[in-house]
Design a protein. Sequence first.
Length: 442
Amino acid sequence: MILTQEYTDKNVSAWGGMQEMKLLIETTGISKKIAELGLPEKQSNNRIDGISIIESFWVSIWIGCFRFSHTAVVRLDEVLRRIFGWQRVASGTTFGRFFKSFSESKSHQFFIDLYSWFFEQLQFNNYTLDVDSSVITRYGEQEGSKKGYNPAKRGRNSHHPLFAFVNDIRMVANCWNRSGNTSSSNNCINFLEETFAILKNKTVGLFRADGGFCSEQILKFIEDKNIAYVVCAKLYANLQREVYDIQKWIAIGEGIWISEIIFKQGGWSKSRRIIVIKQSEEIRQRATGKKLKTLFSSMGIEDDKVYRTRYHCFVTNQGLPATEIWEQYKRRGDAENRIKELKEDFGVEGFCMDNFCATQTAMRFTMMAYNLMSLFRQLTHQKQAQPKLSTLRFNCFAVGSWIDNNAASVVLKLSVPLKRRQWYDSLFANINNAKLPLSLTG
């Protein structure tokens, strides 16, 4: 049977589940706070208010838009407009003009105040702070797009953003965009100072970072604040020699051993404790780490230590057993999962403009979209596994809906099968019952 088609003027949306995020925005009061902080407003009589622009930008991300051009799908959705109460919906060019209206000083102070307020609404303490960087390839002549370390697209221009994550609650504490030709640790001290200012009145229980942040300046900065840390140490030639000479190893698994040394790396002001992990490639097919190749291949040394073994080194100021230090560092991999999700689900690579400050402003609003979605997951799924945004889009937000106007009220009709309605009711109830400040256990 061949079906015929007809058209209707009735406004229908595929994203009626966004009502849940509207309720979350109202529960947190974040839009009201943004209005209090003040936004750069245009003087045109035809302007769209800043709160509507920010909320529609967040909604665009949540439903899967990765480019400004994709946001037209929100602009054409009358049901979404009425759910959020927007008078008008911004276009892709409107977003660009809005983000460009932030000066560098305005953007800097605005996000410190906004992030500080947001984390004050959440109850957590003694948290783990993970710092990491990433590479975002650019294909134009955007400001700050430079040639630097780019393992995926060698020789391409890129940006090199810096991230700080609160591991315990799976949220982004801070984010800076940087030129592509900067090193991982470039300007990291100022970034950390701002991050600690954002998370004021909360205690850092542990600081973790990869080898790009293992410098005397950063280690001393963390030590001066009496914060416990574990940082991946770079295997420079002098450290390789020390590792090669280690005689005492303790087996902690099949094909894996652990040891520790006290060592002063070049450029360090003092000796520090270093945990060393050794893995056999013959026993562990997926062994990770570095080989002691740089120093000893030129000396004619050919043995298992050099060619069939991989090593990890971690510097720490803690007195815990070496195996616990290693377990601590392994959990840092969750930061890389956060970055991967930001790229794949939140379009952090896509909202790029020719103006560097505007790109960073869009990126930092994207981080807040991520934090709000993380809060949604924790409120609605609680002890269950935390699904990715791509999963939530189809399980929670992709709901056919329309608005029914009657004499007494305006009702959002959601097309949900009977057997799933109780589950949807529980999502709304969990958000409705949330009270500030919210207690999160991670």
